[in-house]
Design a protein around this ligand. Structure first.
Ligand code: SF4
Length: 360
């Protein structure tokens, strides 16, 4: 008989399983809340369901929690987690915790959607290692549940408010799982994270951008743009060879037309490309788009010669975009002291170049 991963189950799936086991419907609601709202990782933590019923449920459902390999804490509050999945593969996820800053109350988790990545962006440690496999719905949602679980050991009221699909992998190449995970995290009796508080970041999988606009116009979209012309972009983001800028920009127009939502264009700035000419070219490329530019100074990645631009260069670049009529923000640097950029910690760990496991 089919065994289900509890963390991938909607309340409706649990109702079906309960029905098949001869259990009352309310058991499904209770179980769903324990798994998705209280973020438990084992049967032992469930308190209001009898041992007899739990034994019955465990004949069809199971937890497949990953092992927490390490947790790194940055001085700015960012935490980075390295998890080992059931098959031994390792993934990263990051909590960007803004709650301790006076003006904000935001806990954003950046999740992975694949083990490794086939896209191979020039600045990305994950891309350097190639693609291994897609993550399941339970493994995607599980990252948010596990962060919640571990932080609640220190802060019982902790609640993730935002999710960004910007970790390891190209989310739109694992489309079905990512969309199902979003629906699950949105459920009111579960994590209850608003659709508009979840953002998918893509390297530019054009057909999926249009499909996303039709399938889920509520969820946010970010494009890893990084360059204003095909030559430079194809070097940085190889997806551009398949879907060049003209096609990507057309898809963005279509997306905005359907959803009426503003797209975030992410631009990683290195010491090389943070110049006036590039700022002007970007402003020309984006001037008719419903969008916002997020400038990201690159974190240094071992194995690349990319250098981070200094603050003065960054500010000048942002200013030129604004003068060109583009809405722009400069992403704060977060977690640089803990290798928070995508794939860095996993890579370091696999190479055996790490410190002892940090306690939680
Ligand atoms: S930046 Fe994203 S899409 Fe590009 S290689 Fe890394 S994980 Fe893949």
């Amino acid at each position: 008989m089919e065994m289900y991963d509890l963390r991938s189950c909607t309340e409706e799936t649990l109702q079906t399983v309960c029905g098949e086991l001869g259990l009352k419907r309310f058991r499904a609601a209770q179980l769903f809340q324990w798994v998705q709202q209280k973020a438990v990782r084992s049967w032992d933590e469930i308190k209001n369901i009898s041992t007899k019923d739990l034994t019955l449920l465990s004949s069809r459902l199971n937890f497949y929690p990953p092992e927490l390999v390490t947790e790194r804490r940055s001085i700015d509050g960012t935490r980075k987690y390295l998890f080992r999945l059931q098959d031994g593969e390792m993934i990263e996820c990051v909590l960007m915790d803004y709650a301790r800053e006076l003006t904000r109350d935001r806990h954003t988790v950046c999740v992975s959607t694949q083990v490794g990545c086939a896209v191979g962006c020039a600045f990305c440690a994950t891309g350097m290692e190639g693609f291994r496999r897609d993550l399941t719905i339970g493994e995607i949602v599980g990252q948010v549940l596990d962060v919640t679980h571990f932080i609640r050991q220190e802060d019982q009221d902790f609640q993730v408010t935002n999710v960004v699909f910007m970790g390891m992998g190209e989310p739109l190449l694992n489309y079905e799982q990512v969309l199902s995970a979003i629906m699950l995290m949105n459920q009111e009796r579960g994590l209850n994270i608003g659709m508009r508080r979840m953002t998918i970041s893509t390297s530019g999988v054009v057909p999926r951008i249009i499909q996303l606009a039709k399938d889920n116009p509520q969820v946010g979209l970010a494009i890893s743009l990084h360059a204003s012309n095909d030559l430079a972009r194809s070097r940085l983001v190889p997806m551009n060879r398949r879907y060049p800028l003209a096609q990507l920009m057309e898809a963005c127009q279509e997306y905005a037309k359907i959803t009426r939502r503003r797209i975030t264009f992410e631009v990683a700035l290195t010491d090389d490309n943070a110049n006036l000419g590039e700022a002007e070219a970007l402003a020309r490329l984006l001037k008719d788009h419903l969008g916002h530019v997020n400038l990201i100074p690159v974190n240094p990645v071992a194995g690349t010669d990319l250098k981070r631009p200094n603050l003065e260069k960054l500010k000048k670049f942002a200013h030129h975009l604004e003068v060109g009529g583009i809405s722009v923000s400069l992403r704060e640097e977060r977690g640089a002291d803990i290798n928070a950029a995508c794939g860095q910690l996993r890579r370091q760990w696999r190479e055996g170049n790490h410190e002892p496991i940090d306690s939680i």
